[in-house]
Design a protein around this ligand. Sequence first.
Ligand SMILES: Cc1cc2nc3c(=O)[nH]c(=O)nc-3n(C[C@H](O)[C@H](O)[C@H](O)COP(=O)(O)O)c2cc1C
Length: 215
Amino acid sequence: MTNQDLSNATLEAIRTTRSMRRVEPTDIPGETLKAILDAAIRAPSGSNQQTWSFIVVKDPDIKRALQEIYASVAYQYFEAAPKTVSDGSGAEVMTRVRSSARYLADNLHLAPVLIVACISGTRNFTLGASIYPAVQNMMVAARALGVGSTLTTFHISREDDVKQLLNIPADVHTAALIPLGYPTGKWGKARRRPVEEVVYLDEFGAALWASGENA
Ligand SMILES: Cc1cc2nc3c(=O)[nH]c(=O)nc-3n(C[C@H](O)[C@H](O)[C@H](O)COP(=O)(O)O)c2cc1C
């Protein structure tokens, strides 16, 4: 593979890594799963402490129990959350995210694999920075291998129940629950605020690129 091929493939995988909540029940081959988790453990962590661990959940009963916990929190959130976003153009997007998120709450257990990404240490922002890069690595690697994923955190509101179910020690936290599976839909570029809008030069608020310049 040339450097150009590598950059093209890497950038394409990053651009098209987005939540894939609808997945086939088809199992993920062992070597694919291992490659995905090997990508996770290549991530940075504070002082290279690597206090992470990853629980691969495949047992149907355990997956179902996780789904019940997840859905109980998700549905509370759906009741309380605003139905639309305020900028006028976002309402349709919100509806789509919401319907996709509801689908996942109802069907989490049907994904062939659930990964619970764990980290031990004092719970704070920096500790999070030592596990979420691994989660993102995992999701980008999964995308490169044709496997869909979603970063989810609803379960954290009932983390004690999750820890009891999975026999997780007291000092270990569950940072994310990531369903993995071959997507039923198509891959596409993740929709985000334009880069010109969020990148500044030298001071906050001073745009580096004019709108549309780098599109
Ligand atoms: C901190 C965090 C928590 C999230 N928690 C959930 C979750 O519990 N359930 C879910 O369906 N999606 C969850 N998401 C996924 C976001 O909804 C998703 O990244 C966002 O809507 C963009 O969607 P896209 O990647 O499909 O473009 C979470 C994302 C982040 C970064």
